[in-house]
Design a protein around this ligand. Structure first.
Ligand code: COI
Length: 354
C-alpha cells in the first residue's frame, strides 16, 4: 500500500466539554479515507480535514445498504500513553463482514496503522476523564452510482473519531429491557453475524416501541421460534444463574463481540464457570421465579458492561438483583476498563500503544 498522505486542516474546531460528551455527538478535525476500484484494489490512503461526503444520488449504498462498520476505542492512560484494545479483532471481524456483504477484503494491519496515524494527528481530542475515551468508527460503503442490484465496483473505507462518554445515559446503572416477541433482528444465514448497517436499521422500530413503554433497550430472541435469546440492543448478553455465567453461543445470527470474547477470557481466568450455549427465555423466567437469576449484563465496545436491572417478557416483570449492579458485573467492568486505561496489568496482551 502507498504511504498515507496527510492534509492538515487550516481551521481546528473547539473541543467539547469532557463532562458532557454523550455518545457520538462530536467529531475530531480529521478523517482517514481509502478508495477501492475494481481491477486496482484499495488505493489513495489519506488523512484529510473532517468534512461531509459528496455522493451521487444513485450511489449504491444509499439504495441497497451495502455498508459495514466497526467500533473500537482509544484510551488515554494516566501516564499519557494512548492505548487501543484488541484492534486486530475488529479488523478480523470487518473482513468477515466484508465477506458476507460481497465487499473486498482490507489489509487489517494497514488499517490499524492508518488508525494509529489518524489518532496521532488528532490526539488532543482524546478525553481523559473517568469513563471517557475516543471512539473509532471505521466503515466501508459501496460508492458506485448505479441502480442495478449488484456488488459495487467502487468502495470507500472511512475512519472517523469521536470523543465519547457513557453510551447509555444510565452509565453503569442497570437498564430496563423489553424482551421483543414480535420483531426479529436477524436470521441464520442473514446478516446477523456481520456488523452491517442493515442490522441496526432492523432494530430501530422495536427500540422506538420499547422506549415508549419505558424500556431503554430490546432483548432479541431467535427469529424462528421466538424462544431463544440472541443479543440485546447493540450488545451481547450474559446471565449469572446459580453461580454459573451463561451467554448465547455464536449460532450464526449473533454478532461476535470483542468485549464478549474478552469477558469470557476474564471469567475463565477467575475460574468462574462460563457456558456458551442456547438459552431460552423460559429458562430465564424459571430462574427468576426460583431466585437463582443472580445477574444479567450486556457487553459491547460502546457500552462496555451494561447491567440489566429488569426484564419484561410476556407480561412478566423480572427484577434482577433488586435492580442493582451485581458483583460479577462490577468486577468485570472494573477489570476491563482498568486494562483499557492502563491502570491494571495487561496480562492477556490485549492493548496496543499508539
Ligand atoms: C459498539 O459497541 O461499538 C457498537 O457497535 C454499538 C453501536 C452500534 C453504537
Amino acid at each position: 500500500m502507498e504511504e498515507i498522505q496527510i492534509h492538515i486542516s487550516e481551521t481546528l474546531k473547539d473541543k467539547p466539554d469532557e463532562q458532557h460528551l454523550g455518545f457520538g455527538q462530536h467529531f475530531t478535525d480529521h478523517m482517514f479515507l481509502l478508495d477501492y476500484t475494481s481491477g486496482q484494489g484499495w488505493h489513495d490512503p489519506r488523512i484529510v480535514p473532517y468534512a461531509p461526503l459528496v455522493l451521487d444520488p444513485a450511489t449504491l449504498v444509499l439504495h441497497y445498504g451495502q455498508a459495514v462498520f466497526e467500533g473500537l476505542k482509544a484510551y488515554r492512560t494516566e501516564g499519557d500513553k494512548i492505548l487501543l484494545f484488541r484492534p486486530e479483532k475488529n479488523m478480523e471481524r470487518l473482513n468477515r463482514s466484508n465477506e458476507r456483504l460481497g465487499i473486498p477484503n482490507i489489509d487489517g494491519d494497514f488499517i490499524i496503522h492508518a488508525i494509529q496515524t489518524l489518532i496521532g494527528v488528532d490526539q488532543d481530542w482524546i478525553p481523559s476523564g473517568e469513563g471517557t475515551s475516543l471512539y473509532i468508527r471505521p466503515f466501508i460503503i459501496a460508492t458506485e452510482a448505479c441502480l442495478g442490484v449488484r456488488a459495487s465496483h467502487t468502495y470507500k473505507l472511512i475512519v472517523i473519531l469521536s470523543p465519547v462518554g457513557a453510551y447509555y445515559s444510565e452509565g453503569i446503572q442497570p437498564v430496563k429491557i423489553n424482551v421483543e416477541s414480535s420483531y426479529a433482528r436477524a436470521v441464520r444465514g442473514g446478516l446477523g453475524t456481520a456488523k452491517a448497517a442493515g442490522n441496526y436499521a432492523a432494530s430501530i422500530k422495536a427500540q422506538i416501541e420499547a422506549k415508549e413503554e419505558g424500556y431503554s433497550q430490546v432483548l432479541w430472541l431467535d427469529a424462528i421460534e421466538k424462544k431463544y435469546i440472541e443479543e440485546v440492543g447493540s450488545m451481547n448478553i450474559f446471565f449469572k444463574i446459580d453461580g454459573k455465567v451463561i451467554t448465547p453461543e455464536l449460532n450464526g445470527s449473533i454478532l461476535s463481540g470483542v468485549t464478549r470474547d474478552s469477558i469470557i477470557h476474564l471469567l475463565k481466568s477467575w475460574d468462574v464457570s462460563v457456558e456458551e450455549r442456547q438459552i431460552s427465555m423460559e429458562e430465564i423466567y424459571q430462574a427468576s421465579c426460583d431466585n437463582t437469576l443472580e445477574e444479567a449484563f450486556g457487553t459491547g465496545t460502546a457500552a462496555v458492561i451494561s447491567p440489566v436491572g429488569e426484564l419484561f417478557w410476556m407480561k412478566n416483570k423480572m427484577i434482577i438483583n433488586e435492580g442493582q449492579i451485581g458483583a460479577i458485573s462490577q468486577r468485570l467492568y472494573d477489570t476491563i476498563t482498568g486494562i483499557q486505561n492502563g491502570i491494571l496489568p495487561d496480562t492477556f496482551d490485549w492493548t496496543l500503544e499508539v
